[in-house]
Design a protein. Structure first.
Length: 139
């Protein structure tokens, strides 16, 4: 995933939070390998939210499921996976980024609001960025 696309996703996540009147959030984009491509933290966001946003995206990539799907798993399963893999937060707000053919090219994570709102922000931002015609920015 190109850096410019990751930046556009982070900016869109912050914009979505602002347009909905949500609390300040942190937004993170990871590529398909789990490498951090971009992170933005809004002024006024509580501490450690960037790490939580990264961990939500990481959880989705590591387990091959959105964090909403992971949150539905039994607690002992989640505890075991988090202990073995580390750096995962399996609560809604971590979703996949796919290219035009449906291939996962990365994941985003949002933290700072309720988990449901974090997920809404992530999904809306991906939709907003994908809906635009990018001439200089491609996945």
């Amino acid at each position: 995933m190109k850096f410019a696309y990751a930046q556009a996703l982070c900016t869109a996540m912050i914009d979505q939070a602002r347009s909905r009147g949500f609390k300040p959030v942190a937004a993170a984009v990871l590529d398909a390998r789990g490498s951090v491509r971009a992170v933005l933290v809004e002024d006024g966001c509580s501490i450690r939210r960037a790490e939580v946003a990264i961990a939500k995206a990481n959880a989705a990539l590591a387990m091959g499921e959105t964090t909403r799907e992971l949150a539905a798993k039994p607690p002992h399963f989640l505890a075991g996976i988090a202990h073995i893999v580390g750096g995962m937060v399996p609560t809604p707000g971590g979703v996949f980024v796919r290219d035009g053919s449906g291939t996962v090219v990365g994941a985003v994570g949002v933290s700072g609001e309720s988990s449901d709102n974090d997920e809404q922000i992530a999904l809306a931002a991906i939709e907003a960025v994908s809906a635009q015609t990018w001439t200089a920015i491609s996945i």
